[in-house]
Design a protein around this ligand. Structure first.
Ligand SMILES: [Zn+2]
Ligand SMILES: [Zn+2]
Length: 213
């Protein structure tokens, strides 16, 4: 991640054609993904900030261990270079295979509730095991210990600059980002490729709108 993702140089808002999270200039390609972010890492960082902010404000971060755990997991994935969501999605057949093979939590013999990647992202059944919720959370929590001072600083700065302040430090940190995002995406697209084609509207057959009368 670039340094600018967590410094206070840009304290608020949004700059057109710049990453909503780190303010790096975006490529001029209208098909660039993920759209208003320079990278998936930046998109995931903003998603974490929004989730964390809402969990702190509605009290769940204090009262609900599941929510605090979810925040920890997202942080761990960011520190590991981004969440490989696509790669880690286990196909249904493989899930069934692992459940039928292991039957119960392979660690404690409790109910087999969650499928765990033993090491890395591979969905090879040899790399998967059935665990109960507690064992799975325990295992993940162990792997969450930040590896370096820089990483601990990153998390602390992220919290102090973007989660703790009452006002969102960036537009993408606020809870109304989803709405703003689709509007800004459409606006950027118009600017890069021109207005949307209207041929569809022109070809409408007036006889199809009799319900108007
Ligand atoms: Zn960025
Ligand atoms: Zn267990």
């Amino acid at each position: 991640m670039s340094e600018s993702a967590v410094t206070a140089e840009h304290v608020e808002g949004f700059q057109p054609d710049h990453c909503a999270n780190c303010f790096e200039q975006l490529p001029g390609d209208p098909n660039h993904r993920p759209h208003l972010f320079c990278s998936e890492l930046c998109r995931d960082t903003a998603a974490l900030v929004r989730y964390w902010r809402s969990a702190v404000r509605d009290g769940r971060f204090e009262t609900d261990p599941e929510v605090r755990y979810a925040v920890q997991i997202q942080i761990a994935h960011l520190l590991a270079g981004g969440y490989h969501g696509q790669a880690r999605t286990i196909p249904a057949e493989t899930r069934t295979l692992v459940k039928e093979r292991d039957k119960v939590c392979v660690s404690c013999g409790g109910p087999g509730e969650e499928i765990d990647h033993i090491d890395g992202d591979s969905n090879d059944p040899e790399n998967l095991q059935l665990l109960c919720k507690d064992c799975h959370h325990g295992k993940t929590a162990e792997s969450l210990v930040p590896a370096s001072t820089e990483q601990m600083d990153f998390v602390q700065v992220l919290f102090l600059e973007r989660v703790a302040p009452d006002e969102p430090a960036r537009l993408c940190d606020g809870q109304d980002w989803r709405q703003a995002e689709s509007r800004l995406r459409a606006e950027r697209r118009r600017r890069l490729v021109g207005p949307p084609k209207r041929s569809r509207r022109n070809s409408l057959d007036p006889s199809t709108i009799t319900w108007l009368t």
